[in-house]
Design a protein around this ligand. Structure first.
Ligand SMILES: NC(=O)c1ccc[n+]([C@@H]2O[C@H](COP(=O)([O-])OP(=O)(O)OC[C@H]3O[C@@H](n4cnc5c(N)ncnc54)[C@H](OP(=O)(O)O)[C@@H]3O)[C@@H](O)[C@H]2O)c1
Length: 342
């Protein structure tokens, strides 16, 4: 056993939902409770969390039909360091990725060990090198079949998936990468990165701006009008749309936006539209890491993230992601760790 001879239990804190939010979540929808966490059992490790991920899908989980129960632990991707171990093969000090987010500490049985390469910050394993980057990779490659020389449109371009997708598309040889975002500031940052053109959907008529763009592949993250704009932009005939998510409607699942008026152009333009869930493609993680780790290590791909400091600010971070406050992957940083920076 490597739990250590002097292990004493820790008092952790975790968020739980106390009522289902209406619209944008507010602090009063949650409470923070203290939990005593003792010796891990033989298949468990006790982890002190360093970062957790705040994702748009968490808003869906809060709905009546979502997966988050009231007065119960909340799920989400997290990185933590093992502080006591009941698993012989996992010593104290190891970094693990697990799914007990919104908590300072957790006893976990379902986890993945990570060995962070030199030159890579550990937070990357929740962003560009985690499920976020993998989502972009799967959408562009397996689902979208991106070929060198093709053009790509990415909605929610300044978010976690969107920024990752921009870098991946360019690294795979895309000839042109067009982004859609909600502010001129974000547009400027995207243009200083891998994006060739960016459209601000708040100040521009998206349909008009994207009509007849002959885009080969659209990675669509928002739904509603932005899905319609992707149909408008897609190559005629034969453009592809990899549909990733619908962040524009998670705050009010009971009232989704009407279908885009040009939905039937999917037929006229002979488009291929395919939705997917990254959880069904985790077998691609090794290939993706082999592709992306050297790009991050060399600095060719920056780790783009918005980091909210302090456990007590998690709901602020969540509200930010649901209102466009973030640039890159939104994370909550709980404790300083020796491997937090490069
Ligand atoms: N299929 C899968 O397996 C999978 C996995 C991961 C993520 N996703 C989906 O991918 C999308 C992006 O996720 P992410 O984690 O990378 O989040 P994100 O893009 O970092 O954050 C959400 C961004 O969406 C935009 N946004 C927020 N509310 C909006 C609204 N009401 N209307 C339009 N845009 C809005 C904001 O950017 P602007 O300021 O630019 O508007 C915001 O920064 C989400 O739809 C998510 O559900 C799917």
């Amino acid at each position: 056993m490597s739990r250590g001879p002097t292990f004493v239990s820790v008092t952790g804190r975790r968020y739980q939902l106390v009522r289902r939010p209406v619209g944008l979540p507010v602090e009063a929808d949650f409470e923070i409770v203290s939990v005593e966490l003792g010796d891990p059992s033989p298949d468990e490790v006790l982890v002190q969390n360093v970062y957790f991920s705040v994702d748009p899908y968490h808003r869906e989980e809060m709905a009546e039909l979502g997966g988050w129960e009231l007065h119960a632990p909340l799920e989400g991707r997290t990185i933590g360091r093992v502080i006591a171990s009941g698993v012989d093969a996992v010593p104290i000090g190891e970094l693990v990725v697990h799914r007990k987010a919104y908590s300072t500490h957790a006893l976990v049985t379902d986890f993945r060990r990570i060995v962070v390469p030199d030159g890579v910050p550990i937070s990357a394993y929740l962003g560009i090198l985690g499920g976020t980057g993998l989502t972009a990779w799967v959408g562009l490659t397996t689902i979208g079949g991106l070929q060198a020389g093709e053009s790509v449109l990415i909605t929610a371009a300044a978010g976690g998936v969107g920024t990752a997708a921009g870098h991946i598309a360019k690294a795979l040889g895309a000839a042109k990468v067009v982004g859609v975002t909600g502010s001129d500031d974000k547009a400027g940052r995207l243009l200083r990165g891998p994006f060739d053109e960016v459209v601000n959907y708040r100040t521009t008529d998206l349909y008009r701006a994207l009509t007849d763009r002959n885009i080969d592949l659209c990675l669509e993250d928002v739904g509603g009008d932005q899905f319609g704009a992707a149909i408008e932009a897609a190559r005629d005939p034969g453009g592809r749309i990899a549909w990733v998510g619908a962040v524009g409607q998670y705050n009010d699942l009971a009232h989704p936006p009407p279908a885009p008026y040009n939905l039937f152009d999917i037929v006229g333009k002979q488009l291929r539209v395919e939705g997917y869930l990254v959880k069904d493609h985790v077998d691609q993680r090794d290939d993706y890491e082999a592709f992306m780790v050297p790009l991050v290590q060399s600095g060719q791909v920056p780790v783009e993230e918005s980091v909210t400091l302090g456990f007590g600010h998690a709901i602020e971070a969540l509200r930010s992601v649901l209102t466009g406050g973030n640039y890159g992957k939104q994370l909550v940083h709980l404790v300083a760790d020796r491997r937090c920076s490069r």
